[in-house]
Design a protein around this ligand. Sequence first.
Ligand SMILES: Nc1ncnc2[nH]cnc12
Length: 456
Amino acid sequence: MTDVVSPGVAATALPPTSRVDRYFALTERGTTTRTEILAGVTTFLTMAYIVLVNPSILSAAGMPVASVAAATCFAAAFASILMGLVANTPLALAPGMGLNAYFAFTVVGQMGVPWPVALGCVFISGLAFLILTLTGVRQMIVAVIPPYLFAAVAGGIGLFIGFIGLKNAGIIAANPATFVALGDLKAPGAALALLGLAVIGALSVWNVRGAMLFGIVGTTIVGWLTGQVSVNPAPYDLSALTGTAFKLDLPGVLGLTGTHGIGLVEILFVFLFVDLFDNIGTLVAVTKRAGLMDAAGRIPGLNRILITDAVATMVGSIAGTSTVTSYVESAAGVQAGGRTGLTAVVTGILFLATMFVAPYAQIVPLAATAPALIIVGGLMLLPLTEIEWEDPMAAIPAFLTVAMIPLTFSIANGLAFGITAHAALKLIRGRATRTDWFLFLLAGLFVVRFVWMSAA
Ligand SMILES: Nc1ncnc2[nH]cnc12
């Protein structure tokens, strides 16, 4: 997969009529400005839930909700507009589900890293992503990871997100005998979340654009009517929007030594690898659906897309949010006819406009964002269908990856189990080759990590 198309190259059958047409190659790709605008609005509606859900997750790390909402809008706007202008692809971006949970619950919650330092880690992982892409090392890494592990990580993250949603809703609860059990469904929060689940589910099966967004807003209104939501009508202070901007602590990252030393390597590794996995998986899914892949199965402008992603992650961390990634929801815009970067630019402009209502994100209760987590989690299971489950060489590492991510509440553990099992089975089956040295290096590091963790 290499960079084969530049934006603005327009070998048209019909002469392009405007500069916009020439820049985005609208006529060449058989689309119009109107179709692209509609597609951009469609993508925005399907992914706008992140403006409410991301702050609700990152607030678990102690980050201010209004500021994270603003940072989410800004990062999504910046990244989507850049993607449209630089890579001319109908791909919108935003802070990714999965890594936001890893950021809040594992890095800050379990490892005790302060959130500004965690933002510093996100910045460095974005920089590393950029360097790996520019030097071609990324291609080498992708080559040693089998496609089924990409799929398994995506599915495992889907279960992880769904698990967090069910837990946030109180639909499941801790149980000393069985670890996890059914929660009290009559509790107000659980009942409200179940209602939200029903509403989003119904809107989704009716193919309503913005099902997720309307479901969250509708659930919040019901929560308000039933006295579960306190709405503070005071006008908001615009300075609240900048509570996370420029707060990243880079020197603090270098200070993560001692007990955090090995943790730092792991944090950077997970941020980097999951961003890489997320992007490649999403790109394949969306460009395939848009018919933008070339005959050899290559993604046009791949390097530009990944460079944009890396820069977006760095800018997002400066604004105050976890890793920014290409959104699989962009497929909705593609379904609506979007074929060029103009679609992404329109989505980005809408995110920019949303920034000014960001402080109201605080009104939305956990019970209203939980149903979105559950449904997004379910949708992220789709890549699991690509795994050859009848082949134990694939099924065993894939299952370990899928199971360990939610059950250990850690993407890192799932990655570690999957990659180690893949390497071990390759060795046992006598299929290891010299070109697999990087795979075995990774697996070796994971084994050292497991030994170190159990000794700690
Ligand atoms: N991590 C992620 N990757 C791709 N699409 C997403 N949509 C929401 N979160 C996503």
